[in-house]
Design a protein around this ligand. Structure first.
Ligand code: ADP
Ligand code: MG
Length: 327
């Protein structure tokens, strides 16, 4: 199978929203009047972001999910994406499930594959997504990192820490972790859920948002820095923020380590966002409308830095470093 047969067979998709998809030198996108184009790229590299034996269908899902998560964090509606792919060989046993996992998530979000590039080389998947956000008179409704204000509540969507726990369990760190909990955590590692509907519902409600890809503390830190504020987090029962956080988890993973997973785990693809206390009902309405659970975990304060408090309000200390490729 040659390069062009490969594109034709697995990646050429009919388009409806785009004016022109795969097959020419450029794709052509329509942007609705009164909107801005939101653009983001993310790359997945074998050995760095995933292991060689990762299920190709999960990989297709995740490659797009991590990109959609960035659109979600901006409150953007997905439109289209491009796929730049380096492959060691044109293996249908890999390409078929990869394309299936990728395109299933694309269809679920009505996000069209409109172009890309295909080359031979060590496995590397780079996606660029395009989305739109309403804007009028130069005022964008995009959610940004820079909008957090003193006194805001801090929230996270869904669950945190499972991806890290799953990786540790794969490496043999938690031999007594029940299989059902390991499976739940693995699902979060391999098939993260981009919170697109929640991000959209939070436009005009949240002051600031980011997606949690490298770990809550590190990513929240970007919001704090961009907004010139600090935060106090109160995480009384970290297990309750984990998908696999059943009572049985406490028997095999110390709560202190659960806290480390929640605060610094990474690979979660949830949203962390802030909103004024007067918007609590609006936040719940956004959560309800998007069928996405959200949890209030703290508040924005004027003093810089993050203080983590236990259930009694006493400070908890720890070395919770987020992921940094060159750190
Ligand atoms: P060019 O040489 O002009 O960059 P290519 O020959 O690389 O174009 O690609 C031909 C067409 O196939 C282009 O429209 C390109 O966007 C599309 N394409 C290439 N690789 C992929 C891919 N992995 N997924 C989707 N479309 C692709
Ligand atoms: Mg090309």
């Amino acid at each position: 199978m040659g390069e062009f047969d490969l594109i034709e067979r697995y990646f050429r998709q009919p388009v409806r929203r785009a004016a022109l998809g795969v097959g020419d030198d450029c794709a052509l996108l329509r942007v609705a009047p009164g909107h801005q184009l939101a653009v983001s790229s993310d790359m997945l590299v074998q050995g760095r972001h995933f292991l060689a034996d990762t299920d190709p269908s999960a990989l297709g899902h995740k490659a797009l999910a991590v990109n959609l998560s960035d659109l979600a964090a901006c409150g953007a509606q997905p439109l289209a994406f491009t796929l730049a792919l380096a492959l060691p060989s044109a293996d249908p046993l890999w390409l078929e499930p990869f394309a299936q996992g990728l395109l299933a998530l694309a269809h679920a979000h009505d996000c069209e594959l409109v172009g890309g590039d295909t080359t031979a080389g060590p496995l590397n998947i780079c996606i660029t997504v395009f989305g739109e956000v309403p804007a009028s008179d130069g005022r964008s409704q995009a959610l940004l990192r820079s909008g957090a204000r003193d006194g805001d509540d801090i929230y996270v969507s869904g669950t945190l820490g499972d991806a890290r726990l799953a990786l540790e369990a794969m490496r043999g760190q938690w031999p007594s972790l029940p299989a059902a909990l390991h499976a739940q955590a693995l699902q979060r590692l391999h098939r993260p859920t981009p919170r697109v509907a929640l991000g959209r519902a939070l436009r005009g409600v949240a002051h600031a948002a980011i997606d949690v890809s490298d770990g809550l503390l590190g990513d929240l830190g970007h919001v704090l820095q961009a907004s010139g504020v600090g935060a106090e987090l109160q995480i009384a029962a970290p297990g309750r923020l984990m998908a696999c956080g059943a009572a049985a988890l406490d028997a095999c993973v110390p709560p202190r380590h659960q806290l480390a997973c929640v605060l610094a785990g990474g690979d979660d693809y949830e949203l962390a966002f802030t909103a004024a206390p007067g918007q609590r009902e609006a936040v719940q309405a956004a959560a309800h409308a998007s069928a996405t659970p959200v949890t209030r975990i703290g508040r924005i304060v004027s003093a810089s830095g993050v203080r983590v408090l236990d259930a009694h309000g006493a400070p908890v200390s720890g070395d919770w470093r987020s992921f940094d490729h060159f750190g």
